[in-house]
Design a protein around this ligand. Structure first.
Ligand code: ASP
Length: 584
């Protein structure tokens, strides 16, 4: 028996018990006549004591030689500590050790195994197994396990069944490139790893399973963006005989349950905003609504004067930044420089200070009077003491830029409180999105999403105007889930593929199986998928998903611990009928 108790378990009620513990050496303190060792495992830390008076001299000598991260098994007696440590659950006791076995030695770890480590990100990733010994990483993994368990419990209670779908499949287009796997047995042919189980979960609905979920790995070969992982986990769900509202209600239930159960936050009914409204009010389809600063459109009250910058703009729009009228000229200039950086790309910014005494001072005083500014204040909801920041230009870019400013100001003002949770649904997304580069339309969600009833005909005349039965669940400025009601008849699916530029042959070759299935009594159905990594990070009050993944990839998509991806040898290439076009 390696242990009778864990290192987090013993209290003063155990005093005089004989116990056996196993764990790692956190640290040793050698005072000459006495040696203390902190022994650590997943559950906590227990202090061991060896001294000249009470310990066998051989054991005391052995204790002096212990290094950090050695693995020990000790037997001993629980005794009361003379100086107690109120910060440690086991801080009232220590173990007077009578037997000491070194189960394994350890090299000196390349960084300290402490909550605040001296190890940089790269080093921690290379030795991730040591990083996982640290409390913050360990706690995050335990937290993640708690969330997935709660998801499984809740959905199972609601009648969902968990079904595994294959990883070696044919492409499912979700907007990214596929990772592919060569087939040894089928010369020249490749599997694709699923970007999501989309088509399979739809086929499960054709199969009559009615309510499906899966906690599942998905793979997308995207250009790397900060905090994206090429493989990530979804809570993937599908239901038959549902309308949009049924899905929203079901998964609002799940989200509310998680917020209540995991962090003890009760949430009311989630607001539902249309995509158009979200864009108009926040310039963003995943607005953070923990704070105000809603957009005020100013076209009516700012155009048709002598200020040509505004006159020539499609949109003039502003936000009122609370309390920022006190910004100095220098601070405002710095803010404008920040907006001009290429990442944001604003050409400039007009500002109006709404002074505490009710007067206005602005960068466009030449063109507008106090009466105008009063109207601007009304449109943006500004109060005395606020700074109104105004951008202008074409609609899409201006909204994106102002949204970035809104988030930045909220960050600076401390309005993005990670302990506060403000979920909402964004609904009625456009069905299609124009690819600026190619001039083609592609599906904004995916090609299986159904247009709003009665809008199919619009596809021929005004494709950009078609709205979809598609929705996102947004939490604190992050998209944590998204889904849609699906097309479930062959003809509509064929029309959709045609509009996405598929020839009938190509559609058949790639998705014939799905369209065939639709001919055998496919029920109306729809679903949603949550990004589990991000959901867990947000529930955990953090934004970086890497910290909640046991073995994440770095920003270049590499696993630096196992050093992957890697070259394979010639024999393996040959067996797969592959030839590389590069020198390795
Ligand atoms: N497959 C979709 C996605 O991964 C989710 C869905 O439509 O259910 O985003």
């Amino acid at each position: 028996m390696y242990r009778s108790h864990t290192c987090g378990e013993l209290r003063s009620s155990h005093i005089n018990n004989e116990v056996t513990l196993s764990g790692w050496v956190q640290k040793t303190r050698d005072k000459g006549f006495v040696v203390w060792v902190d022994l650590r495992d997943r559950y906590g830390i227990t202090q061991l004591v060896f001294d000249e008076e009470r310990s066998d001299p051989k054991i005391l000598e052995k204790a002096r030689d212990l290094g950090r991260e050695f693995v020990l098994q000790v037997k001993g007696t629980v005794i009361e500590r003379t100086s107690k440590n109120p910060n440690l659950p086991t801080g009232d006791i220590e173990i007077l050790v009578t037997q000491l076995h070194v189960l394994n030695e350890s090299l000196l770890p390349p960084f300290t195994i402490e909550d605040k480590t001296d190890g940089g990100e790269d080093l921690r990733m290379k030795f991730r197994y040591l990083d996982i010994r640290r409390n913050p990483v360990k706690e995050n993994l335990i937290f993640r396990s708690k969330v997935t368990l709660e998801v499984r419990n809740y959905l199972t209670k609601q009648g969902f069944i968990e079904v595994e779908t294959p990883y070696l499949i044919k492409s499912t287009p979700e907007g990214a490139r596929d990772f592919v796997v060569p087939s040894r047995m089928n010369e020249g042919q490749f599997y694709a790893l699923p970007q999501s189980p989309q088509t399979f979960k739809q086929l499960l609905m054709v199969g009559g399973l009615d309510k499906y979920f899966q906690i599942v790995k998905c793979f997308r070969d995207e250009d790397l963006r900060a905090d994206r992982q090429p493989e990530f986990t979804q809570i993937d769900c599908e239901m038959a005989f549902v309308e949009q509202d049924d899905i929203l209600n079901a998964f609002e239930g799940l989200t509310r349950h998680l917020l209540a159960e995991i962090i003890g936050v009760e949430t009311g009914e989630f607001p539902r905003l249309t995509y158009d409204e979200a864009m108009r009010r926040y310039g963003n389809d995943k607005p953070d609504i923990r704070f105000g600063m809603e957009f005020g459109e100013l076209n009516e009250v700012a155009k048709n004067r002598d200020f040509n910058v505004f006159n020539s703009s499609e949109l003039v729009v502003g936000i009122a930044v609370p309390g920022a009228a006190s910004y100095t000229r220098k601070e405002i200039d710095q803010l404008i420089d920040w907006m001009r950086r290429p990442q944001i790309g604003a050409k400039g910014m007009v500002y109006v200070k709404y002074n505490e005494d009710g007067s206005f001072k602005s960068s466009v005083d030449k063109f507008y009077n106090q009466e105008d500014f009063t109207k601007w204040a009304k449109h943006t909801g500004a109060k005395p003491g606020d700074l109104i920041c105004i951008l202008s230009g074409n609609i899409a870019e201006t909204r994106t830029q102002l949204s970035a400013l809104r988030m930045e100001m909220a960050e600076r003002l401390g309005l993005r409180n990670p302990k506060e949770f403000a979920p909402l649904w964004v609904v009625d997304f456009p069905l299609l999105e124009l690819d600026e580069e190619t001039g083609n339309y592609h599906a904004m969600h995916h090609p299986f999403t159904s247009p709003k009833p009665g809008q199919l005909e619009l596809l021929d005349t005004d494709p950009a105007a078609v709205r979809a039965n598609a929705y996102d669940l947004v939490l604190n400025g992050n998209e944590i889930g998204g889904g849609s009601i699906r097309i479930h008849d062959k003809d509509t699916q064929a029309t959709m593929f045609r509009h996405l530029g598929f020839t009938p042959e190509k559609a058949k070759a790639q998705f014939g199986f799905l369209m065939d299935a639709f001919q055998y009594g496919a029920p109306p159905h729809g679903g949603i998928a949550f990004g589990l990594d991000r959901l867990v990070a947000i529930l955990g009050g953090q934004e970086t998903i890497r910290d909640f993944i046991a073995f994440p990839k770095n920003n270049s998509g590499r696993d630096v611990m196992i050093d992957a991806p890697a070259f394979i040898d010639d024999a393996q290439l040959k067996e797969l009928h592959l030839k590389l076009d590069i020198q390795t």
